[in-house]
Design a binder for this molecule. Structure first.
Ligand code: SAH
Length: 203
């Protein structure tokens, strides 16, 4: 997976490649699909949700440019796999998942694997999570139609927000940086995520 799907496609960060080589992805997928765990595609995790393709996990993680001490907000815990990858690379993570069963399963898996710097919370990520804001990094792993305003404001100055934005069929992965005078935004690539639910109507 690391050589053929990640390094060959341009993932360069030694830290990201190393972590993707060690976090056991098969713990996070349906035990009936062990042979598929490292395949080059998203996989179903129940409740009409998916665990993202390994390349997308690596790309988003690389864009966050984690140094080891950041406070990170993740929206869309899903299986918890991306959360585990982040937990290996940073200080502490709050991960929000709207489906209680998925949140519970992810919490148990992450605890069993020994991650102590992760808090999985059942809640609506469109609102962010004020009790621990602001964040050095925010990662959204569901497709939004706009960047939720709460996430802009809960990002620290100098912080980075990675989020897929578009319509239901396809999105563009954005890397947003907050500066002293506002935000700048880079378009990274096209992508397809399950929808971010519960967005406020467009102003
Ligand atoms: N990163 C995950 C993939 C998640 S799929 C993994 O590695 O497995 C997207 C997840 O976002 C789904 O579990 C979905 O339930 C969740 N989601 C969608 N809208 C949400 C919202 N408003 N708040 C929190 N979670 C949300």
């Amino acid at each position: 997976m690391v050589e053929e799907q990640l390094r060959a496609r341009g993932i360069q960060s030694p830290a990201v490649l190393a972590v993707m080589g060690t976090v056991p992805r098969h713990y996070f997928v349906d035990p009936a699909l062990p042979d598929d765990a490292y395949s080059d595609r998203p996989l179903p995790i129940g409740f009409e949700q998916t665990i993202s393709q390994p390349y997308m996990v690596a790309l988003m993680t690389e864009l966050l440019n984690l140094q080891g001490t950041e406070q990170v907000l993740e929206v869309g815990t899903g299986s918890g796999y991306q959360t585990a990858v982040l937990a290996e690379l940073t200080g502490s993570i709050v991960s929000l998942e709207r489906i209680p069963e998925l949140a519970m399963q992810a919490k148990e898996r992450l605890a069993r694997l020994g991650y102590r710097n992760v808090e999985v919370i059942t809640g609506d990520g469109v609102q962010g999570y004020l009790p621990q804001a602001p964040y050095d990094r925010i990662l959204v792993t569901a497709g939004a139609t706009i960047v939720p305003p709460a996430l802009y404001t809960q990002l620290k100055e100098g912080g980075v927000l990675v989020i897929p934005v578009g319509d239901r069929q396809q999105q563009t992965l954005l890397a947003v940086e907050r500066h002293s005078k506002g935000w700048t935004q880079r378009e990274i690539c096209g992508c397809v995520f399950v929808p971010l639910i519960g967005e406020a109507p467009h102003p």
